[in-house]
Every structure is written in C-alpha cells, then in structure tokens.
Design a binder for this molecule. Structure first.
Ligand SMILES: Cc1cc2nc3c(=O)[nH]c(=O)nc-3n(C[C@H](O)[C@H](O)[C@H](O)COP(=O)(O)OP(=O)(O)OC[C@H]3O[C@@H](n4cnc5c(N)ncnc54)[C@H](O)[C@@H]3O)c2cc1C
Length: 402
C-alpha cells in the first residue's frame, strides 16, 4: 500500500519511515505487524550487528507491563528463558545506615517485582522478530543525513544518496536524536556531570533475588540480581572520577566494590568488561511535529537510577502504534496532526511525572550536604511506614496495565 505523492521520480515511497533500529524502533515496527503498511527502517549499524549485538553492559529491569508488551510483540519468546532473571525484593540503603526501604514481591501477590534481561539480548530478540514482520524493509549500514516534511509528505535522505518519503516519519534514533533537531523540536537536557560504569560480577554469597540501590555519599551503587551467583553492578559517580575507576586493576576494583557493598555478597569478581555511559537526561518539548513523531529515548531519555528508560520507550512505541492503527482503521491519514497530538498527550501524561520524580531523586541522593542526608534517611523510614506509597511503587512495577 503506497499512498505518498512522489516529490521526485527517483524517490522511494513508503507508508512510514522509522529512523533507528534500536529496541524502541524495532518494537514499534513489530507493534504495527498486520497493518499492511510498507515501512522503511533506516539504521546506521550493519545487519550483522543488529542480528547479534555485542554485550554493552546494560541489564534492563523490565516491569510486568513491559514483559507483557514484549510477549505481545513476539519478542519475548526469542529471549532464552535461562537469560531472564527476576527481582523478588528491592532494598534502598542510605550511606552507611543499616536501615533499608524494602519492597517485597509477596506483598504484591506476584512471583517477582520485575524481570531483568541484558540489553544486547533484547536487541537481538527484537531484531529476530522484526525479520518476520511483513512489509518492513531495512536500510542497514546507512545514516539519515537530512530529513524534513511539508504538508503532504515527510522525507529522509540517506548517506548513499537514496531518498525516501512517506506520510509519517518516526524518529527512534537515541536521546541525542539528530532527526529531532532537524524537525526543529527542542528538548530539555540535563547533564548530571556524572557517569555510570556498568559490569557483571560474580560473588560468593547468593543474592536471594534482591536488587539493591545504595546511596553512598560520593557514589551510588545499584546491584541487580542475575542468574546464579552473579549480579549486574551499576556505579554512578562524578565524571571526573570515572577514568580512574575504569583504569583500576581488576583486583583493586573487585575489592573496592565488595567493600562499598559492605561485603553483603562476600567477595566479588568481575565477570566481563566495564562499560561507561555519560548521564544525560533528555525530555523533548513535544513528541510530534509536522508528519513526524518521536519515540523511545529520542522522546524521553531517562537517568537509569529508576530503570524506566526502555520501559517508557516500549510504552511510547505501543501508544503511537495504537494511534496509527486507529487512523488506518478509519481511513484517516496516519501522519495527521490529530492522532499524533493524542499520542503526545498520552505519553507525556505517563512520562513527565516519572521523569520529574527521577531527577528530584537523583538530586536528593547525590547531594552530600547534611539536610539532604537527613531528608533521604527520613524518606526511607517514611517510605517503609507509608504503606500506600510503597504499594503504589510496587503496583507500578507489577501491574500489566499500570
Ligand atoms: C547503564 C544503563 C542502564 C539502563 N538500565 C535500564 C533499565 O534497567 N530499565 C530500562 O527500562 N531502561 C534502562 N536503560 C535505558 C535503555 O537502555 C534505553 O532506554 C534504550 O536502550 C533506548 O532504546 P532506543 O531504541 O530508544 O535508543 P537506542 O538504543 O539509543 O537506539 C537508537 C538507534 O538509532 C540508531 N541511529 C542513531 N542515529 C541514526 C541515524 N542518523 N541514522 C540511522 N540510525 C541511527 C543507532 O545506531 C541505534 O541503533 C538503561 C540505560 C543505561 C545507559
């Protein structure tokens, strides 16, 4: 089905152009399976990398809702069961205090609070499902070097001179989206001046399915339970200290992390490389423009402390796909403002409170002054006492429709 008017003879027309075949872009295309749309997906990475992406150190904590979406998209079955681990408890600890805010899966009536899957395995599974999607054409190994839209059509120019056009262009090209910029959509960015080092570690003691978030005074340490006696370790620290930590010998690094974690897991050993990411949060002023929409990190790029980035990205993909399906079913233009605006409002309603709360939390837990230390200790104690607050957080993790 090709509806777009041609602007030039050599232009290839599609019903939809997606820029970026990351987990959000691929999930979005899967969510349109069966619509009969001709979809062009442009990705700068080669197909061989998409089929088997290298380990990037990120282990993604997924809510029950995200797991349900991934199942519905046919992505979840492509993730080997033995590669999925589960968070049954979560504890938040402030500095050296033995006191912890505790979340327990038993209070939710569910077997676990959330699932954990390595990012490269999510990407691999999403690409395997994408390959089965009728009507999707991949332009791999190519970047979009120019893009824009007029009243009738959106267009993208590739680095090999090819020109694509469609009634709608969707950007899923990361939090530093060039496409967002080209469509003139501003974004508020917050550079935390901090970096995050992620790695997998083995340890002597079992973790009992417990995830820990430890707010030390200069560093935050998050530990996510993986299969066996392994955990995913996320260290958040001032960027000025990051090079030194990356350069530490394995032995020194192992000792340092075990000590910072008060030896709760016994001695700890690196089980792979260390990966570093700058911490920059991004929120686009609007999630749509003329014949244009933003999804995934291109719309909302989160600080990873609350593990919401991909969960929100999946949600944006599902919400926008829902609007496109509605427009199609009623014979409307899928690139018309009305549906895109509805998508913007729906996603903004969900994402903005989470984005704000995450940034406030990051501010509070990285501020070493005494009032902040006192406030976060008080918050943890209050959190344990205020059952409605704790239950609301757990519901957010475990409800399929939350
Ligand atoms: C350390 C860390 C831990 C995290 N933990 C969690 C977690 O526990 N839970 C959670 O939900 N989220 C987590 N996240 C966030 C999650 O990783 C991201 O939200 C998610 O990967 C974003 O997916 P995306 O598809 O939007 O963008 P990306 O993964 O950035 O993909 C963008 C794609 O677009 C392509 N591209 C870019 N520009 C162009 C161009 N011009 N032309 C063609 N292609 C282009 C890129 O090559 C890439 O493939 C974490 C992030 C980090 C850094």
């Amino acid at each position: 089905m090709k509806t777009a008017a041609r602007i030039e003879d050599q232009v290839e027309s599609y019903d939809l152009i997606v820029v970026g075949a990351g987990p959000a872009g691929l999930s979005f295309v899967r969510a349109l399976e069966g619509c009969g749309l001709d979809i062009a997906v442009v990705e700068q990475l080669p197909r061989a990398v998409l089929a088997d992406p290298p380990i990037d150190g990120r282990d993604i904590a997924l809510t029950h809702r995200s797991e349900a979406i991934l199942r519905g998209l046919g992505i979840w079955p492509n993730i080997p069961a033995e590669e999925v681990s589960f968070i049954r408890h979560a504890k938040v600890i402030n500095g050296g205090s033995p006191y912890a805010l505790h979340f327990d899966h038993q209070e939710t009536g569910k077997e676990y609070l959330g699932a954990i899957v390595a990012n490269n395995l999510i990407r691999r599974a999403a690409f395997a499902a994408f390959r089965e999607t009728a009507g999707a054409t991949l332009f791999d190994g190519h970047s979009v070097v120019a893009s824009g839209a007029n009243e009738d059509v959106a267009w993208a120019h590739l680095d090999d001179g090819r020109r694509l056009q469609a009634p709608l262009l969707v950007a899923a090209d990361s939090r530093f989206s060039e496409t967002r910029r080209r469509f003139g959509i501003a974004a508020r960015m917050r550079d935390f001046g901090r970096s995050c080092i992620v790695c997998c570690m083995e340890h002597d003691e079992g973790h009992g399915g417990t995830a820990f978030e430890c707010f030390h005074y200069d560093r935050t340490l998050a530990i996510l339970p993986l299969a066996g006696r392994r955990s995913s370790v996320v260290i958040t620290l001032p960027s000025s200290d990051a090079a030194e930590v990356m350069a530490m010998s394995e032995e020194a690094f192992n000792r340092d992390i075990a000590a910072r974690f008060a030896h709760r897991l016994g001695s700890m050993r690196l089980a792979g490389g260390r990966h570093i990411y700058p911490l920059i949060a991004v929120y686009a002023d609007r999630f749509f423009g003329r014949r244009f929409a933003l999804i995934g990190d291109a719309a909302v790029g989160m600080h990873p402390v609350t593990a919401h980035g991909f969960n929100l990205g999946l949600r944006s993909a599902a919400t926008l796909a829902g609007e496109i399906r509605k427009a199609q079913a009623s014979g409307d233009d899928i690139g018309a403002d009305r549906g895109l605006r509805r998508y913007h409002h729906a996603h903004d309603r969900v994402a903005w409170p989470i984005y704000l709360a995450t940034n406030v939390l990051v501010g509070l837990y990285t501020d070493d002054r005494s009032p902040a230390r006192f406030a976060r200790d008080a918050l943890l104690r209050l959190g344990n006492l205020l059952h409605p607050a704790r239950h609301a957080i757990m519901r957010q993790l475990t409800d399929k429709a939350a």
